[in-house]
Design a protein. Sequence first.
Length: 122
Amino acid sequence: MWASIRPFDTPLAPYILIWSLSIVMILVPPAGDIFNFIDDLQSYPGNIFAFATTFGLFLIRKRRAKNGILPTEFRAWNAAIVFSLASNVFIVAMPWYPATGGDLGGDVTFWYATYCVTGIGM
């Protein structure tokens, strides 16, 4: 069912699933805290994955050089990898820094880093 392209030559079941989940995410959360929480939560696991991917690329490049394997034809610039790694560290670490109002000083009425903990748990 998930890989079928019948009857319209498109994977209709995954499209319907994504569409229905999008509709639920738009209509179900009430305005206010929960909406802000879900909005912040959506991007945090992706930021962790981007950091892990960039760090993995850095490790693979260092191990290939250590083992004497020739570089591939296409290579990202070292400066681009370092900049990406630094920006990903910033994006992952900054939500843990409390707002000016303290533990409850963010845009929600509960602990400001709840979505970070939930994102790591996911």
